[in-house]
Design a protein around this ligand. Structure first.
Ligand code: TRP
Ligand code: ZN
Length: 888
């Protein structure tokens, strides 16, 4: 397992494999403590590689498994096991041969949750990226694609359900209470898409007929008792199937499509061919246990995994450096799916704002920190560390820019060409971009493809400066766009990006002076002119966030107020409000001051606006996060930022007190619960209002609103309102908070996903300012000893440890370094159990070098203490090493 320091893998070193595996027959004798795997591999020499030189040895990967027997061509063959490799120096001569391997593995001991492992008494697999080698020896790389036939044998009582990829071709009874099932997947696939499940599960079924008239069986498998919480997942799956066929002409290609929920899972979900395996968090929902955000998350993850069936599975990645080929594209597709499902223009914009908030909260800091890497990385030590916001979310933005540059129809043509060319292949990001460009030769992308592809190659977030000049006499507006890019690790100099800038011009009276137009900046600096402009305009730039850049538009408060009041692009309207708020937060850090009347009136105007949607209002009235403020500064003090934000937020609570009361009273949802954007928006605004009113009450020793919040925790008809009320209460000094927490815990009745919320709520609880500071940290730290806490369940770790260390800066970054001590202790404990997850925890220190003192030195010390430990996993070692490399 830990074989010293992992070598660095480089993209430039890619070489085709010396052998292909065309067919795989697997037989599993499943047992939690000792599973026996019999593997029969139909191997073919790769003629292209053979021609280059001497015959190659066959080298297979394996990890934490015991080999029992190896046979080649039906006879025993000599082999060596060297660390994690099985080497056969003299494989049978000829073009092809059959290799048979028998080995065992121990699912019960597999706490990494990669390979074959146990969860809640069942057996599950997770093979992406390199988990298959933890099941049996293989050429475990995505460009080796095979047709799998899989037989599962297991005890019928413990494991009544036996699933694998593809179609069920046989099943029956064996001796000793055992049974078997044989599955065949007709589509060649890389090993990372293999899956099996053996467990005591029940399923919700639905039959659908697609446009082409083909019948399909959809199934969602969960534990007994959870069936009532699968309706939304199934509805989302049906909607996904319909959508992909309607929008991209991509139909379901399997007779049967299965989704299985499992409680112990390292990520959100996995797109195994025909057998998606999901974290329970993205399957199970009822109004009583899941929030509106959870419902939306299920829709988007179910969509994401389903869409992988084409973008990822039918066409897969040549090597792991191309990960964004499938992830960036599939995130783009799931974002579009959620937007199309949302319906109204306003609801679409809300989804776009949420996606950009997430990009800025997670990807921008990544691009500025120790782990900065291109969308298509150049090297890695542990590939699991590169399932990042850059590969996923920035990758999706790169696809979105292509979509913007070639247009919706052009993009659809590009996708069609991509599948014509590459269906059934393992390809590269270049192949994808080439197909989109070739389908649109005359487009804004076609002519600039090479320059555009710098988005794949260069790390860091580009800066875009915009300055306008209005010539009243000539009725001409000239806009000058200039780009620059900061150095990032290994990339001191950057070449100019191709930046699509969707732009309109707005008059100070709100009139549109120039309709939306696509400007494409492809040099360092360019000017664009707008003719026939009657009055000095305010530019509405980068509409819909048309490129993942940091924009400096130099607009004044007055101009931003025009956009906030009038911009017809809802994203930019929101952005204008956020900019106004950000400037005030940054000023507050310099010198505390009361909020100015124009800002307050603008915010009141949004809140009271007659036609804006509640969901939009809620987003506009929440101040930029502490993390986002931190990203604006070269050195940041998390305590100072927290204080500044609390002060301004409380100032808004007070200045708009009557408006919050109005918002609370007039937005209650009276119909039955439905997780629709319209209802969710109302609930979000009511929750914000309640929070503001509780903050106001905190300053005035007023027990009424905390009392109402407490009542809501007890009587709310759904989780969104219950959680919102508890969150508000936890941000007050009210003694009712503890009683409400106890009530919430009791009401959870042991439901794991609800308990996760109970932990997370406390891990996120804002630190009070003043004498009570430290209360949130103390509470979270005490929870590590709670009987319901465990480091073995990733959801629980995310809910408490990761939530505290990554999403509660003022609780975590303490002058006494107690947060960092907790971090290093839990990190080391977790690394011994689950390195993938431990590496995620390690990453919370990514931005340590931008911290102000005393945090900076203390953080570096904590990282250094971890880095010297001799038996770190490769995953954690890569993260802490890179962290210490960035700045001395
Ligand atoms: N490919 C999966 C997705 O994005 C995610 C994934 C990658 C994953 N590696 C994993 C899930 C490891 C669980 C464990 O849809
Ligand atoms: Zn994915």
């Amino acid at each position: 397992m830990r074989e010293g320091t992992a070598p660095v893998i480089r993209r430039q070193d890619y070489a085709a494999p010396a052998f292909w595996i065309r067919r795989v027959d697997l037989t599993f004798d499943l047992d939690a403590a000792k599973t026996i795997v019999a593997s029969k591999l139909h191997i073919e020499r790769n003629a292209a590689v053979l021609a280059d030189g001497a015959p190659q040895p066959l080298v297979l990967q394996g990890e934490d498994i015991n080999v029992l027997r190896v046979m080649a061509g039906g006879e025993s063959v000599s082999f060596r096991v060297e660390g994690n490799l099985l080497v056969i120096d003299n494989p049978p001569a000829g073009d092809s041969f059959v290799l048979e391997v028998r080995n065992t593995c121990n699912p019960e001991k597999n706490t990494q949750l990669s390979g074959l492992y146990t969860s809640g008494g069942g057996l599950f697999t997770q093979c992406e990226a390199e988990g298959f080698r933890r099941i049996t020896y293989f050429l475990d790389r995505p460009d080796v694609m095979a047709v799998y036939t899989v037989t599962l044998r297991a005890d019928r009582t413990k494991y009544p359900v036996l699933l694998s990829n593809g179609n069920l071709v046989a099943q029956g009874t064996l001796d000793n209470g055992r049974h078997f099932a044989t599955w065949h997947d007709p589509f060649p696939k890389p090993s990372y898409l293999f899956a099996l499940v053996a467990a005591d599960l029940v399923c919700r079924e639905q039959r659908i007929t697609t446009r082409a008239g083909r019948e399909h069986l959809l199934q969602v498998y969960v534990r007994r008792g959870d069936l009532g919480k699968t309706e939304h997942a199934m509805a989302s799956l049906v909607a996904s199937v319909v959508w992909d066929e309607a929008r991209f002409g991509l139909p379901l290609d399997l007779e049967r499509f299965m989704v299985v929920a499992v409680e112990d899972f390292n990520m959100g979900a996995m797109e195994n061919k025909g057998l998606n395996i999901f974290n329970t968090k993205y399957v199970l929902a009822s109004p009583a246990t899941a929030t509106d955000d959870d419902f939306a998350g299920i829709e988007s993850v179910v969509g994401h995994e389903y869409f992988h069936n084409w973008t990822g599975n039918r066409i897969t990645c040549r090597d792991w450096f191309q990960l964004s080929l499938k992830e960036g594209l599939t995130v783009f597709r799931d974002q579009e799916f959620s937007m199309d499902m949302a319906g109204s223009a306003s609801a679409r914009a809300v989804k776009r704002i949420q996606d950009v908030l997430m990009l800025r909260a997670r990807q921008f800091p990544e691009d500025a920190g120790a782990m900065a890497h291109p969308v298509r990385p150049d090297s890695y030590a542990a590939i699991d560390n590169f399932y990042t916001a850059t590969v996923y979310e920035k990758g999706a933005e790169v696809v979105r820019m292509m979509h913007t540059l070639v247009g919706r129809e052009g993009f659809a043509r590009g996708i069609t060409l991509y599948f014509q060319r590459h269906d059934g292949q393992a390809v590269t990001c270049d192949d994808f971009a080439q197909a989109i460009a070739d389908a649109n030769p005359g487009s804004a992308l076609g002519a600039r493809l090479d320059a555009f592809k710098r988005w794949y190659a260069q790390a860091g977030t580009p800066r875009l400066q915009a300055r306008g000049h209005y010539d009243a006499e000539a009725r001409r507006y000239t806009l000058t766009l200039t780009q620059s890019a900061l150095p990032s690790p290994g990339q001191p100099h950057k070449q100019p990006y191709v930046i699509p800038v969707l732009t309109a011009l707005i008059g100070h009276d709100g009139r549109e002076l120039a309709a939306e137009r696509l400007l494409v900046l492809d040099g360092t600096s360019q000017s664009f002119t707008f003719e026939g402009i009657d009055a000095a305009p305010v530019p509405s730039l980068l509409r819909g966030f048309s490129a993942p850049v940091v924009l400096d538009d130099g607009l004044s408060d007055a101009e931003l107020l025009v956009l906030l009041a009038h911009d017809s692009d809802p994203f930019n309207r929101w952005e204008a409000g956020q900019r106004l708020a950000l400037q005030r937060l940054l000023r507050q850090l310099q010198q505390p001051a009361p909020l100015d009347a124009p800002f307050i009136e603008a915010m009141r105007g949004v809140l009271r606006h007659p036609t804006l949607d509640p969901a939009f209002k809620e987003l506009a009235l929440v101040l930029p996060s502490e993390g986002y403020v931190a990203e604006q500064l070269e050195r940041f003090d998390p305590q100072a930022i927290h204080a500044a934000r609390v002060q301004l937020r409380d100032a808004l609570a007070t200045a708009l007190h009557d408006d919050w009361v109005w918002a609370f009273d007039t937005h209650a949802v009276r119909e039955g619960y439905a997780p629709t954007p319209a209802q969710a928006g109302r609930r979000a605004l009511v929750n914000l209002a309640l929070h503001m009113l509780c903050r106001h009450a905190a300053h005035h020793d007023d027990p009424v609103w905390p009392g109402r919040a407490y009542q809501r925790v007890k009587t709310a008809g759904n989780m969104t309102e219950r959680l919102g009320a508890l969150q508000a209460l936890l941000d007050t000094p009210s003694p009712l908070a503890d009683a409400a927490l106890a009530h919430f815990h009791a009401q959870a009745g042991g439901d794991a996903l609800v308990l996760d919320k109970w932990f997370m709520l406390q891990a996120h609880a804002p630190e009070p300012l003043g004498a009570d500071a430290g209360r949130a940290f103390a509470r979270a730290k005490a929870l590590l000893k709670h009987p319901d806490f465990s480091l073995k369940n990733p959801n629980r770790v995310r809910s408490l440890v990761l939530a505290l260390c990554s999403a509660n800066p003022a609780a975590f970054h303490r002058a006494d370094a107690a947060g960092y001590v907790l971090w290093s202790e839990k990190l080391l404990e977790l690394d011994a159990i689950n390195p993938q997850l431990a590496a995620r925890l390690a990453r919370v220190m990514d931005r340590w070098s931008a911290l102000a003192e005393p945090y900076r030195s203390a953080a570096r010390e904590a990282i250094a203490r971890v880095a010297v430990k001799p038996d770190l996993s490769d995953d954690v070692r890569e993260i802490v090493t890179r962290a210490l490399e960035i700045a001395a």
